[in-house]
Design a protein around this ligand. Structure first.
Ligand code: HEC
Ligand code: HEC
Length: 205
């Protein structure tokens, strides 16, 4: 009887120690993890490249490419044709003269067929940092995304946060009749985070 009791007390203590140890070592929170960037905790080039392959399919989808064109005029629609009425980038990316992007692109989508999609501060990247996606290979795009001189001077923490940028999120609220990116925003964010946290490796050329 006594043996059994002390045995169960020992078991309870053991469980408590285990819980305490697990509790202390398991203080993970997204904010803390961000602090570990730009030196990722684990560098895993295979996991990183695999995650980027998913990321790349989103970046190259019309919802993203249309605002990341080679030229100085945005693209439109699922076939990424040149924007009607040819609004130009301008130095700040917000359009020129009477063709300011925000004149037509409101804070939210305008309803109706061929109505402009909207989000706050709708614009292209600026002229001195075009952040072109159109036509880029996965190798070249991955390199560009982490290059401070080409990505708007974003460090790894800022790049991670960019997954929730309002213009990125706008990709998942397409205007009427336009397709969605090839995966959900949460899947994209998961792949984006895995790519960066595993070392932001570029796929082979
Ligand atoms: C309305 C136009 C617009 C749309 C749509 C858009 N972007 Fe952008 N994107 C921008 C602008 C402007 C910048 C630069 C501003 C900044 O750096 O915050 C940018 C910057 C970026 C950057 C950082 C640049 C770099 O090289 O690291 C990434 C990554 C990005 N966009 C991803 C996306 C993804 C993914 C989508 C689609 C789901 C998307 N964008 C859709 C306008 C857009
Ligand atoms: C005169 C009004 C007008 C101006 C100015 C304008 N747009 Fe548009 N934009 C539209 C309309 C309308 C559509 C939708 C066309 C359609 O779906 O047929 C559109 C569509 C787009 C799309 C396609 C979205 C998608 O997901 O396919 C992008 C990208 C875009 N505009 C970016 C811009 C940018 C960047 C600027 C400023 C440099 C700008 N637009 C200026 C009216 C305008």
């Amino acid at each position: 009887m006594l043996r059994k009791k002390s045995g169960s007390i020992a078991a309870v203590i053991l469980v408590m120690i285990t819980l305490a140890a697990f509790g202390f070592s398991n203080t993970y929170s997204p904010d803390k993890a961000y602090k570990d960037i730009p030196t990722p905790l684990v560098k895993d080039s295979i996991a990183s490249v695999k995650a980027f392959e998913k990321v790349y399919t989103v970046l190259m989808s019309p919802r993203c490419v249309n605002c990341h064109p080679i030229g100085d005029i945005p693209l439109q629609g699922d076939d990424s044709h040149i924007h009607k009425m040819f609004p130009k980038r301008g130095a700040d990316g917000k359009g020129l003269y009477a063709m300011k992007c925000a004149n037509c692109h409101q804070l939210e989508n305008t309803t109706g067929p061929h109505a402009p999609p909207g989000a706050p501060n709708w614009h292209l990247p600026p002229a001195n940092m075009k952040m072109v996606f159109q036509g880029k290979s996965a190798h070249d795009l991955a390199k560009q995304l982490v290059d401070l001189k080409q990505n708007g001077n974003k460090n790894m923490k800022q790049l991670l946060e960019h997954a929730d940028d309002q213009l990125v999120l706008a990709g998942w609220k397409p205007a009427q009749g336009h397709s969605m990116p090839p995966m959900s925003h949460s899947e994209f964010k998961k792949a984006w985070t895995a790519w960066i946290k595993n070392g932001a490796y570029a796929p082979a050329k």
